[in-house]
Write a protein that binds this ligand. Structure first.
Ligand code: SF4
Ligand code: ZN
Length: 930
């Protein structure tokens, strides 16, 4: 009967749909969405009397007939999404595809007038189809899906739809051998699109696909080399990475000669810029072709460092002549630096080159090249630059004679040790040159910008040195933490992203040592976002109890549910989408997850990083001001290592937590000490003080030790990054960062009462706090804010009334004042005025849904705040005292105990061991006594 009734209901529903007009159907879809989100195949079948497919078929047909008009399209797509994401079975998916679903979705994606929401929904459904397996991927590719998706990626207006298109392309790129090459080739033209974000995503996918490809087409070379001129560092780093991947394919000769040619841009190349580039030139003062020149030199160095064979090929292409040319480009410092570093590598690897390079550069410049190639541009005068620009070095002769030099070196290694050491010392003793006046003058003029370069890094080699020192230190010193292990070993991208997300949320405002236990328990219980989504908020609050800032757990839970219901179980794949799609994820958290779990090249600024960077670059203005915040993000994005962005960010935080600590920083053990302005400032002051005391004690004839080579901010009083307050000698490097004076916390007094009912085991009355606001959803002792100037009698009366209100019971026993407990929240200084009362049996009947009785042990494990635990503890000492002296307590939770009768009625709601009942039983209504 029941089955027949259900079938009748479904037939009625379908009939209503068939007869209904657009308005009726849209209303039916809204109801369908509200009632069926997240249901599995079996649940939908039960709901639709085993014929849910009939409704899916109608939906698909209606969508096919109406998608061009766009009426209610989002509703239709979302409803189809409920079928496609129904877990446990892919019957709906197969039926949808059979009815032409893939074609419809691709058509919607390619319609230029598709609205953003429709495009995103269509792409999400395509992702679900693609993720269902190889045959579905092939179906999409057979329907010209790659072309459609690449156009969507290149032309989408928002990050979200770009991410969605990219996610489908990425899904098509694996587990799809038949069309792998089609996807790969389809991505190549996208490198020339105008969106840096799309370029970055494409480079990332090509990089991951390249290892699986047997060949690389020549068509990849030109767009790839073009990307080296990108001023977006992530794009440039992605292009360099892909070039390094391609070194083992047959495109290598074309790539190498292309790179070498870029070192020497022609006049025509210098004049060619598109409109966007012209605007960038106005802001940065850099010609794109020079940016490309620097990036080419850098790539050449990486290639040569990685392979002797490639470095010889580069030599045969005349790389030395071109590097010398790039080194003479005084219009672009980074090109000079990168060319200098590459040239230094070649000369060290092939000593035969020394003579020729020295002949062109002159002895002084050559010495600078070999000892400080990263800063030799500062010493270069016009005449020297001209020599470099007009050099005509031919190195093939040199390569031949290299063999002769090699033989000499072998002989030298056979010399007696004493003689050899003498030679090596003579080499080391080569003089270094002081800065020329011209260079200093140049520095003075460049330092007059509104934001002084003093607070930034303007030397690429300096940045690389800092990265390598910091990462080396991190590799040796880092703490093994459970989330780090998961981030490094978990192969599933969804689980890895989820694991890092959980750790980052737990670590907000909480110490590492406190988080470890919570994190381990959490991940054991909810190892994936799906597991967390299936938990109740009550369980989450219970797990979070004691960690503080309880809204964090609530948001994690809401985020996991969103991932499951709206994102088809896929965690967002970029920092931007993490920021937009997950509740509780801010700019820092998104960047940290993006870099640690997803390898995205982005810096992350948290409290530790603020401190470290402010000290390293002597940023002393209010660290919460927009100017400083903006500067710190710029700095960290400039510094982050493109090869190991996640490790770099963690290394910065680790440094802040363990070396560059708020108080007592350990500068002597700091791996980045030589890059630190504040450290040098302190050092300089010490040297000065030393000189003054020598003066005082008449020792002027003694030679003072030279002050460290220190610049200073040239913008002085007008600089928005320099401290406005005077330097305090006592504080040393702790002068940085400066925070604004803290607002004093709000002072509050709250009356609270520990209500106990006696039994085999004492039980405590708790009530649930509202869903919003402080400690939302947690369980608390009955409490209310204390009225100002109220007498003790009035306070007790108010508290009794509150207990009656929330529990519905009439109190007949007197409240006892126990004492006060202070608990500090981030913005409130809360004083709990603690009372207690032991109930007579007749008082204990309650009938409110928001209260429960818990035993002590159940209370300790429940979703309660630290404040509740402190209050409970406050009641404890008196209890112990009673048992020791056996006298009646004056104050405390145990007063009147002997006067109480133990309840004889069955304790159905006791929360201990064998008799513990489900949470819902705590809400059992009990007859009111009064
Ligand atoms: Fe911090 Fe000192 Fe290192 Fe500078 S040298 S970053 S102040 S620990
Ligand atoms: Zn300054």
């Amino acid at each position: 009967m029941e089955v027949q009734a259900n079938i009748g209901k479904v037939l009625n529903f379908l009939g209503q749909w068939d007869r209904g007009d657009r308005t009726v159907r849209s209303r039916m879809l809204k109801t369908f969405l509200a009632q069926n989100a997240g249901k599995t195949f079996y649940e939908l079948e039960v709901e639709f009397a085993q014929v849910a497919s009939l409704f899916l078929a109608r939906l698909t047909t209606w969508t096919r007939l109406t998608y061009t008009s766009g009426t209610f399209l989002v509703l239709q797509l979302k409803s189809i999404g409920i079928f496609l994401s129904a877990a446990c079975h892919d019957q709906y998916l197969a039926e949808f595809v059979q009815d032409g679903g893939v074609f419809i979705l691709l058509e919607i994606s390619s319609l230029s007038r598709s609205r953003e929401e429709e495009l995103k929904e269509a792409l999400r459904l395509l992702l679900a189809v693609s993720n269902a397996g190889r045959k579905y991927k092939e179906m999409i590719c057979d329907s010209r899906g790659v072309k459609t998706l690449t156009v969507s990626l290149a032309e989408s207006n928002t990050d979200e739809s770009q991410d969605a298109a990219w996610a489908v392309l990425e899904s098509l790129s694996y587990g799809n051998p038949k069309y792998q090459s089609q996807v790969y080739k389809g991505l190549i033209p996208l490198m020339t699109c105008s969106s840096p974000r799309a370029q970055q995503l494409v480079l990332h996918t090509l990089h991951t696909m390249q290892a699986k490809m047997k060949t690389a087409p020549h068509s990849i070379v030109e767009p790839l080399l073009d990307l080296l001129r990108s001023l977006h560092l992530e794009v440039q780093a992605g292009a360099i990475n892909l070039i390094l991947d391609l070194k083992d394919y047959d495109v290598r000769p074309v790539l190498l000669s292309g790179l070498v040619a870029l070192l020497r841009p022609t006049k025509e190349m210098q004049q060619q810029q598109n409109m966007e580039e012209s605007a960038i030139i106005k802001i940065t003062g850099s010609l794109p072709v020079f940016v490309q020149q620097a990036a080419a030199a850098k790539t050449i160095r990486f290639l040569a460092e990685g392979s002797k064979e490639i470095s010889r090929e580069l030599l045969s292409l005349g790389v030395i002549r071109h590097l010398l040319y790039a080194m003479g480009n005084r219009e672009h410092t980074d090109a000079q630096v990168q060319a200098g570093l590459a040239l230094e590598h070649f000369v060290r690897s092939y000593p035969v080159l020394e003579d020729q390079v020295q002949r062109v550069a002159g002895i002084e410049l050559f010495t600078a090249l070999m000892h400080k190639s990263d800063s030799l541009y500062m010493d270069m005068d016009e005449a020297q630059a001209e020599m470099l620009l007009t050099n005509t070095v031919h190195i093939t002769e040199g390569i031949d004679s290299f063999i002769v030099r090699l033989v000499k070196r072998i002989f030298r290694s056979m010399m007696p040790r004493r003689k050899r050491t003498g030679l090596e010392m003579a080499e080391k003793a080569k003089p270094t040159r002081k800065r020329s006046k011209t260079a200093l003058k140049e520095e003075e003029t460049t330092d007059a910008s509104p934001l002084s370069t003093f607070h930034f890094f303007h030397d690429a080699a300096d940045v690389e040195l800092l990265r390598s020192r910091l990462l080396r230190w991190y590799d040796e010193e880092k703490r093994e933490l459970p989330w780090r292990t998961l981030a490094a070993t978990e192969p599933d991208l969804n689980i890895r992203t989820y694991a890092v997300w959980v750790s980052e949320i737990m670590l907000q405002q909480t110490q590492v040592a406190t988080v470890i236990d919570y994190y381990n328990k959490w991940m054991r219980r909810w190892p994936t976002a799906e597991d967390l989504a299936a938990a109740t908020l009550e369980e989450v609050n219970q797990m979070w109890a004691g960690l503080g800032y309880y809204s964090r757990g609530k948001r994690l839970h809401a985020g996991a549910q969103k991932v499951v219901t709206e994102l088809q179980g896929q965690m967002p794949r970029t920092a931007d989408s993490l920021l937009k799609q997950l509740p509780g994820v801010g700019r820092y958290t998104a960047a940290a997850i993006g870099s640690i779990a997803l390898g995205q090249v982005t810096g992350a600024v948290d409290g530790n990083v603020i401190r470290v960077l402010c000290r390293i670059r002597a940023v002393g203005a209010d660290s919460t001001s927009p100017a400083v915040t903006d500067t710190l993000w710029r700095l960290v994005n400039m510094l982050v290592d493109p090869e190991r962005p996640g490790d770099f960010n963690q290394a910065m935080m680790e440094l802040g937590a363990r070396v560059c600590t708020p108080k007592g920083p350990l500068c002597s053990r700091c791996p980045v000490q030589s890059h630190c302005h504040s450290y040098r400032k302190v050092k300089k002051k010490h040297v000065k003080q030393g000189e003054n005391s020598r003066r005082l004690f008449g020792k002027l004839d003694e030679k003072p030790s030279p002050p460290p080579d220190i610049e200073d901010c040239r913008n002085g009083g007008t600089c928005p990054l320099c401290p406005s307050e005077p330097w305090d000698d006592e504080m040393g490097v702790q002068n940085f960062p400066r925070k604004p004076a803290k607002k004093p916390p709000r002072v509050e007094r709250t009356l609270t009462c520990v209500v106990i009912r006696a039994g085999e085991e004492d039980e405590y009355l708790l009530s649930q706090r509202p869903d919003n606001g402080l400690l939302a959803g947690l369980w608390d002792f009955p409490s209310l804010l204390q009225e100002e100037k109220s007498s003790e009698v009035e306070q007790k009366k108010a508290l009794c009334a509150e207990i009656s209100r929330i529990s519905g019971m009439h109190l007949t026993a007197d409240l006892q004042r126990v004492g006060e407990v202070v608990h500090i929240f981030s913005h409130i200084r809360q004083t709990y005025v603690v009372h207690s009362v032991r109930l007579k049996d007749s008082d204990t009947q309650t009938q409110s849904g928001n209260t429960r009785w818990l035993t002590r042990s159940a209370l300790e494990g429940a979703a309660v705040s630290t404040g509740v635990k402190k209050i409970l503890k406050r009641c404890d000492p008196q209890k112990e005292q009673t048992s020791k002296d056996g006298k009646t307590q004056k104050h405390g939770c145990t007063k009147n105990r002997k006067n109480l009768q133990t309840s004889k009625r069955p304790r159905l709601d006791a929360a201990d061991g064998s008799r513990r009942r489900s949470l819902s039983s705590f809400f059992k209504t009990v007859k009111q006594e009064c």
